[in-house]
Design a binder for this molecule. Structure first.
Ligand code: TPP
Ligand code: MG
Length: 372
C-alpha cells in the first residue's frame, strides 16, 4: 500500500520542538560539586578542548570557562579553533599523543596533576595513533551526555547545560593562577626559496583573516596545520575520524553554501592534496555552477600520496597518481574567469607573490593556486 498520498493531522507541526538537551538535575549537580572540588585542589592543570564541544553547541560555554580559569589550554587536531589561539596567552597548541612536541605531551601526560577535557573524540589520528596516555585518576572528561571525574561517572548530564552551570558556579570561586609553561623555542626558519614543510603551514595560517574557514584535507595538510596558530575568529575544519580522502572538497562546498545563506563575512580556504582532490574534484564544478565566489582552493601538488609514502614506502606504486594539469581545472568546469583565477607557484617567492596579490587574496571569484 502506498501511504504517500494519505492525509495526516498537521496540527502538531505548529508546536515548536524543544531541542535543548536536558540533564538529570541531581546527577548534574553532583558532577558540578565534584569538578569544582577537583579544580580547587589542582596545582598543575591542563585543559584539552576537542571537537564534540562545537558539535554539541557548547563552544561559548567552553570559551567562557577557559577565559575564566586561564589554565594552560590545548586543543586536539579536530578541536582546533574552538578556543581562540592567537589572543589567549594560556593557549599552548595542539596535543596529539606522542605525535606532538615532547614538552607538550610530557606536560599533559606526566607533569600535570589534572586534565579537564571537553568533548573528546578518541579516534586514531586524533589521539596520535592511540598513543595518548592520560591516567584516569587525574582525568575529568565532559562528554555529550555524561561527565566522568577521576573514574566516577555522572550519567545523563548534557554537556551544554552542565558547562553553562559550571561556568556560573566557577565565577563564584577563586582558583590558582598556574605559572606559564616553558615552551622550547621553535627551530630556526629556513632561508632557501623552496616551499618546505617548516614554512608552508605557518604561512598559510598567517594568510587567514578573521571569519575565514580553513579546511584541511587528510594528508600532509592535516599533519602540518596542528603546529600553527590560527588567527582569532577563524574556523578550522578537518576530520581525522574516518579520515576519508576527498571529504574536504565537499566540506568546502558546504561551508561556502552555509556562509552564503548566513550572509557571513570571510573566505573559505581549502587546502587539499593532489591525490585527495581527484576523489571529489567534480564538486569544484558544483561550486562554479552555484556561483560561489568566496572560495580559495590551494592544491598541494606533490605528485601523489606523499603522506602514504611514509607508510607504504617512498617508491611504492600505490602512491603514484595521474598528474593533472590543475591550471586547467577551473576552465574545464566552465569557470567564467578560469584562466585569470588560476595561479601556480613552484617556489616560496612565487607563492608569496600569489598570497600577497589582492586579486587572489580577496577572492572576488573562486580562486585556485596549485603548487609543485
Ligand atoms: C577513501 C580513502 N582512501 C585512501 C585513504 C588513505 N590515504 C590517507 S592520506 C592519503 C593520501 C593523500 O594524498 P594527497 O591528498 O596528495 O596528500 P599529500 O599527503 O600528498 O599532501 C591516502 C591515500 C584514505 N584515507 N581514504
Ligand atoms: Mg599529494
Amino acid at each position: 500500500m502506498d501511504f504517500v498520498h494519505q492525509k495526516v493531522d498537521s496540527s502538531s507541526l505548529s508546536k515548536p520542538i524543544d531541542l535543548e538537551p536536558q540533564s538529570d538535575e541531581n546527577s548534574e549537580q553532583s558532577a558540578i560539586e565534584a569538578v569544582c572540588a577537583a579544580l580547587s585542589a589542582t596545582k598543575r592543570p591542563a585543559i584539552l578542548v576537542d571537537c564534540l564541544v562545537s558539535r554539541f553547541g557548547a563552544t561559548r560555554a567552553v570559551q567562557d570557562i577557559t577565559n575564566h580559569l586561564k589554565f594552560p589550554t590545548f586543543s586536539t587536531s579536530m578541536g582546533k579553533s574552538i578556543v581562540d589561539e592567537k589572543t589567549n596567552a594560556f593557549f599552548y597548541g595542539t596535543y596529539n599523543g606522542k605525535v606532538c612536541p615532547h614538552w607538550m605531551h610530557n606536560y599533559i601526560e606526566n607533569e600535570s596533576d589534572l586534565v579537564l577535557e571537553f568533548g573528546s573524540l578518541l579516534s586514531d589520528s586524533n589521539t596520535g595513533g592511540h598513543s595518548r596516555e592520560i591516567a584516569s585518576q587525574k582525568l575529568i572528561s565532559v562528554h555529550p551526555n555524561m561527565v566522568v571525574c577521576f573514574g566516577k561517572s555522572y550519567e545523563s548530564v548534557s554537556m551544554k547545560s552542565f558547562l553553562e552551570k559550571l561556568h556560573k558556579r566557577l565565577l563564584k570561586t577563586s582558583f590558582i593562577e598556574p605559572a606559564s609553561l616553558v615552551v622550547p623555542p621553535s627551530q630556526e626558519k629556513e632561508t632557501s626559496d623552496q616551499i618546505t614543510q617548516d614554512y608552508i603551514w605557518h604561512r598559510l595560517a598567517a594568510f587567514l583573516r578573521p571569519d575565514d574557514v580553513l579546511i584541511a584535507e587528510s594528508g600532509t595538510a592535516q599533519f602540518g596545520f596542528p603546529d600553527t596558530t590560527l588567527p582569532q575568529n577563524t574556523t578550522y575544519i578537518t576530520q581525522v575520524y574516518y579520515g576519508s580522502i576527498g571529504y574536504s572538497v565537499g566540506a568546502c562546498l558546504g561551508a561556502a553554501i552555509a556562509k552564503r545563506e548566513e550572509q557571513s563575512e570571510g573566505r573559505v580556504v581549502l587546502v587539499v592534496g593532489d591525490g585527495s582532490l581527484q576523489l571529489t574534484v567534480q564538486e569544484v564544478g558544483t561550486m562554479i555552477r552555484l556561483g560561489l565566489k568566496n572560495i580559495i582552493i590551494i592544491v598541494i601538488n606533490n605528485r601523489g600520496y606523499t603522506i602514504e609514502r611514509a607508510i607504504h614506502g617512498p617508491e611504492k606504486a600505490y602512491n603514484d597518481i595521474t598528474p593533472y594539469n590543475h591550471q586547467l581545472m577551473l576552465l574545464f568546469f566552465n569557470h567564467p574567469s578560469g584562466r585569470e583565477s588560476s595561479r601556480e607557484a613552484r617556489s616560496r617567492s612565487e607563492l608569496e607573490t600569489i598570497l600577497n596579490s589582492p586579486g587572489f587574496a580577496d577572492a572576488e571569484a573562486l580562486q585556485l593556486s596549485g603548487k609543485m
